[in-house]
Each structure stands twice: as C-alpha cells, then as structure tokens.
Design a protein around this ligand. Sequence first.
Ligand code: ACO
Length: 328
Amino acid sequence: MAKIGILGFGSYLPSRIMTNDDWAVLLDTDDEWITSRSGIKERRIAAADESTVDLAAAAAEKALADAGITAADLDEIIVATDTPEVYFPDTASYLQHRLGAGEVTAFDLGGSGCAGFVLALDVAKARVHAVSKKVLVVGVEIATRIMNWSDRATAVLFGDAAGAVVIGAGDGVKAELLTFDSGTDGRYADILTLETGGTRRPFSLDEAQRGGHREFTMNGREVFRQAVKRMSAAAENVLDRAGRLKDEIALVIPHQANLRIIDAVRNKLGLGEEQVYVNVDRYGNTGSATVPVAMAEAHQEGRIKPGDLVVLTAFGAGFHWSAAALQF
Ligand code: ACO
C-alpha cells in the first residue's frame, strides 16, 4: 500500500485584529491578566459578511493549490467545526458546492470541539485506505459569533480562522500520516458545552431573553487539567505506535488554547521550547482550526523540513482528544 498523507496545506485568517487592549475597552479586563493567564495577545475576528463557508473555502483553495489539484479532483470532503454555516445541513454540503467539487461525499465532524481536525485526519486516512483517493479536510471556526461577548472569563480566549489539508496516497505525499491516538471521555460532556438549541434545551423566547443562546459553559480549571493529561498521553501513544522515540521529534504542534497548557504539555514530554510550535499569542483559541493553521504556518516558515518527525496533539469538548505522528 502506498503511503497515505498530506498533499497540500492551506489556511485563512480574517483581516480584523482585536488586541487585548481592545477587549479592555469593552470588558473589565486588561492585557496583563489575559497575557499571564493565556499567553494570548491578539486574535482575528471574521468580518460581518463572512460566514463559516467563506473561511473554509479560502483555506481549502490554498490547500488545493498547494497540492497541485482542483476541487474537481476531490473524492470526499470533511469539515470539522462547532460553528457551522447553519443548523443543518452541514457546512461540508455548502463547501462542496462553493468549491465546485463533484457530487462527492461531504460531511461535517461536529461537536468534538478543538480535537475535531485531528480526529477528522484520523477518519480521512481510513477513508483513503478504504474508498476515496483524495480527501479535503478542513478545520474552521467562527467562535466569536456564538460566544458571550459580555463574559470576560471566556470571550477573551477565542478567535476565528480556518485551516485545510488535502489527504491522498502515493508520490505527492509531503507528510505521511503514520499513527493516531484518538479517544473520548463522555463523563466530562457537560463541563464544556453550549446547551441551548439542542433538544434538551430548545431555543425559546425566554432562552433568548436571558442570553441562553450564548451561554458557553466552561470549567476552566478542569479543562486545563484534562487537556494537559490527555494531550501529553496521546502524543506519547502515537510515538509508541510508530515505534519512534521522543528524541526523534522535530516539532510538536499542539492545539493552541492557552500557552500555559502548551508549556505544561511540553514539560511532561520533556521537550525544549524550540520543539513546540506556538501561535496562540497571535490568534487565540480558534477551535478546530488551530492545528491546521499552525501546521500550514510552520511548513511555510520552514520550521518543518523534509525528514522531520512531527506530532500533532489536540483536546476539546466531549472530552475528545486526538494525536497524530507525521513523517515529513
Ligand atoms: N480579565 C480579568 N479577570 C478575569 C478575566 C479576565 N478576562 N476572566 C476571569 N477573571 C477573573 C475571575 O472573575 C476570577 O476572579 P475572582 O478570583 O475574583 O473570582 C479570576 O479571574 C479567575 O482566576 P482563575 O480562576 O485563577 O483563573 P485561571 O488562572 O484558572 O485562568 C483560564 C482561567 C484562563 C480560563 C484557565 O483556567 C484556562 O486556561 N483553562 C483552560 C480553558 C481553555 O483553554 N478553554 C478553551 C476552550 S477548551 C479547549 O480549547 C481545550
């Protein structure tokens, strides 16, 4: 079997930059608190006329160009997002039409939060192995449109972005997908959630009036603890499965939620600062987009070279986690 991996990378960041000082005008917060607690200095905000499919399409076009193919060459599209274009159908249906792809299978992997993109890579590898030749995988989020702009404990952490890759097999593979470790611990499902709008708590006038549609619930400390534990364990597991050692890692690209989480994962893995990619300072937490955006940037900046062993590791609502070992 030919090796399966990434044929092309792409990302898109909305142009509007919102700094911590901009937040301090709107909320009782300041640059010192946000920087010391999260490492975030600024984030991007989607324009009022941009929706999820716009960001997804912009990143996807770049990934297709980088892979040297067109949308007509795709056999499948997977979109990882928790901030979809509409309630239903899925964003992938809109994206298929927007890109001009054929009548290929297109579906969302929704609800897995910030782990969504790496989980979608795991699925895509299996699909390439079994049925499809070329799969477009997108991680996209416009979190700033569903979050509560009055809640300083959550609002300052998020930003908007999209990242994409094309997965395929054979000679054009730039990064082979070696191994994955994905899992879920549903005991924590209520710890990081947006409940309103589901069947448990449907939309109603009362809900809207009390702001329930933007009631983002997060136990920050528990998320922090579990994220560190699961992201570091998953990274170790993919190395074990690939028969590789920590010493061989050229770069870890972790989910970018918080610099303190990233540092704690780095310490647990015993890695140096130069071995871990960080851009949370510039974009904040962009959910399922953090890993593909960081991977596209690291590749473009020359932080990843042919021959490098790279580990992706992500964690999100559910709780879900997913890690991957890649051979560039
Ligand atoms: N500015 C100023 N003060 C604030 C702000 C703010 N933006 N937000 C909260 N505070 C205050 C609170 O009101 C509280 O004040 P009090 O002590 O008087 O009640 C205090 O700061 C809270 O401080 P801590 O709870 O000690 O804050 P902590 O150091 O735990 O940091 C944080 C909070 C950043 C949320 C941290 O728990 C965290 O990063 N957790 C991970 C959560 C995360 O990354 N979620 C992203 C989504 S999930 C994912 O991507 C995996």
